[in-house]
Design a binder for this molecule. Structure first.
Ligand code: FES
Length: 172
């Protein structure tokens, strides 16, 4: 009997893969390669540290108060080694799910989670905005979307300098 050439569809059918199964396999691959959280996030060169802040900080971490959950209200010590460099314009850091940036001398605090697919955003001092390294969404310092694919604004937190500008309070 002559060997016959199988079409792609026939070949896959013979493998026993339904189109639904193939689709989910394809989507999983897509998700892992282009949308996984933090997979493409470069290490910020201007991060000041303090990424380990808990809900109840201590003098050691430079964080006091509640840094995650529904009632965010915490203060960071800008004289603490974890946050000292935040006094420099253009620097930024993360505390829990919040990115705090010294945006041209004004402290801003926003959710660090891109509203597109959840990647951690970075602050860009040159353009004074936030960039998601995953698909390129950009946000203004007021949280609004500057460039898609994100369509929803970032949550913005209130900031207040205290203690002769040596402490920064961040509040929902
Ligand atoms: S996760 Fe897609 S642009 Fe941020």
């Amino acid at each position: 009997m002559e060997p016959t050439q199988l079409s792609r569809g026939q070949f896959l059918k013979q493998l026993g893969l339904s189109s639904a199964a193939l689709m989910s396999f394809y989507c999983l691959g897509t998700t892992l390669t282009s949308c996984s959280k933090d997979s493409d996030t470069p290490t910020p060169t201007t991060t000041t540290g303090g990424t380990t802040g808990g809900t109840t900080g201590s003098a050691d971490t430079g964080i006091t108060g509640t840094a995650k959950g529904a009632s965010i209200d915490f203060t960071i010590d800008l004289t603490n080694s974890n946050f000292k460099s935040l006094k420099t314009e253009g620097s930024f850091t993360y505390v829990e799910d919040i990115i705090i940036a010294n945006a041209k001398g004004t402290f801003v605090a926003l959710s660090k989670i891109c509203t597109h697919q959840g990647t951690t955003i970075d602050y860009r001092s040159g353009s004074n905005d936030f960039l998601c390294p995953n698909h390129g969404s950009q946000f203004k310092t007021d949280g609004s979307v500057q460039k898609d694919p994100a369509t929803k604004a970032l949550t913005v937190y209130k900031t207040e300098l205290l203690n002769n500008n040596n402490s920064l309070r961040i509040k929902a």
